[in-house]
Design a protein around this ligand. Structure first.
Ligand code: SAH
Length: 243
């Protein structure tokens, strides 16, 4: 019986417990390690495009720590450590682990950084960032996903992630400026308010392009004089930015 009708996630957690029980923690760790090996190999084979020789070691450490199997539904649990995007409901996806690792590394985070994320989804990317940075402000346009992610991250005891429901186009001006901004849905152009809310010396990572066509993961930096520079990093496939 579903005793938490408003939080399908909570009902699923009971099944997750049986998944975790049937799956020994050393098997979960083995799968996580295999996933890390694969994304480290992907990073090396794509370095001619990304100009990133190695993943940020703190990102790798975070991906060893965060239990990705608790960010997907029970039916997806067995696939949680495969290097693929997976459905999370409402027509949305949790990003491929390699893409999470790449985007997080491109942000060049410091421990004191405040990060803005647009597109909370499952909350997995936010958790990875929160392992490294001081605080993560994340906006999700689909209320159901935002509520589930908030609940999940609370249960996992993250105290430095703040989630808001809404259109992330306008950013979250109350907490600006941000040292880093990450957008996890593909937009045709970087929203102007996000550029404005990026601190000087900061970095915005965003997939640019139309859904169904080639999108490019793009890094936009803001120089000390306030001017921006952008670099296309890798062709990618993200769900569309809704605006
Ligand atoms: N970072 C997520 C990936 C989510 S997929 C994770 O780790 O699971 C992209 C998300 O962006 C979807 O949940 C989608 O609903 C959300 N999204 C799309 N357009 C948005 C907008 N304008 N503002 C906020 N969220 C948006």
């Amino acid at each position: 019986m579903n005793v938490f009708p408003h939080y399908p996630w909570r009902a699923r957690r009971e099944s997750d417990a049986s998944f975790s029980e049937s799956m020994e923690s050393d098997e979960l760790e083995r799968r996580r390690n295999a996933m890390i090996q694969e994304i480290v190999a992907d990073t090396k084979s794509l370095r001619h495009l990304t100009e990133l020789a190695n993943l940020d070691p703190r990102v790798v450490a975070a991906m060893r720590t965060v239990p990705r199997h608790l960010f997907v539904s029970d039916t997806m649990c067995g696939s949680a450590y495969i290097n693929h995007a997976l459905p999370i409901g409402c027509g949305q996806t949790i990003s491929q682990p390699f893409i999470v690792a790449l985007m997080s590394s491109l942000l060049e985070l410091d421990a004191s950084d405040r990060v803005l994320e647009i597109g909370t989804g499952s909350g997995y990317q936010a958790a990875i960032l929160a392992e490294i940075a001081e605080s993560v402000y994340s906006i999700e346009v689909v209320e159901e996903l935002a509520l589930e992610a908030r609940q999940r991250l609370r249960e996992l005891n993250y105290k430095n992630i703040f989630i808001r429901v809404g259109d992330g186009y306008d950013g979250w001006p109350e907490h600006a400026p941000y040292d880093a901004i990450i957008v996890t849905a593909a937009a045709e152009a970087a929203p102007t308010p996000l550029i404005q809310q990026l601190d000087t010396g900061g970095c915005l990572v965003i997939p640019l392009g139309t859904s169904g066509y080639t999108q490019w993961l793009t890094v936009i930096t803001k120089n000390s004089d306030g001017r921006t520079a952008s670099r296309s990093v890798l062709p990618v496939a993200f769900v569309p930015f809704k605006h």
